[in-house]
Design a protein. Sequence first.
Length: 156
Amino acid sequence: MMRVGQGYDAHVWSEDDRPLVIGGVHFAGFRGLKGHSDADVVTHAVIDAILGALGMGDIGQIFPDTDPENEAASSIEMLSEVKKLMADQGWVLINADCTVITDAPHIAEVKDEMERNLSDAAGGRVTVCGKRTEGIGALGRGEGVVAMAVALLEKT
């Protein structure tokens, strides 16, 4: 038996001095994204895709922003916890694919590192591709970053 889940996440740029984290990679010289955890949009989208496939809702239900333990939490560590939830229910990640939409930073130079971070944490192959906004909409005005993901799980 197999299941597919879809995930989405978006964060605006933060007003504080938090670091920018995307796919578990820290981007020096860039303002971070606003969020309760580290606001890693790519990892959040992958988590939501996996949780969707499991029928467990979304990241906010498992890691609520009302829980002080989740403040500034590592999203990669959250993904590792979701891997345990998958295993506990008898599922394994076959693959996940994520598209991150941002004009800056460019992810091409760190794409392989992102994929390793995500794959290691999720326990299955995770791929990432970057797209630019081409000036369209709120992201084209430089207001934040969006990520979308899909995940395929298989019953063990």
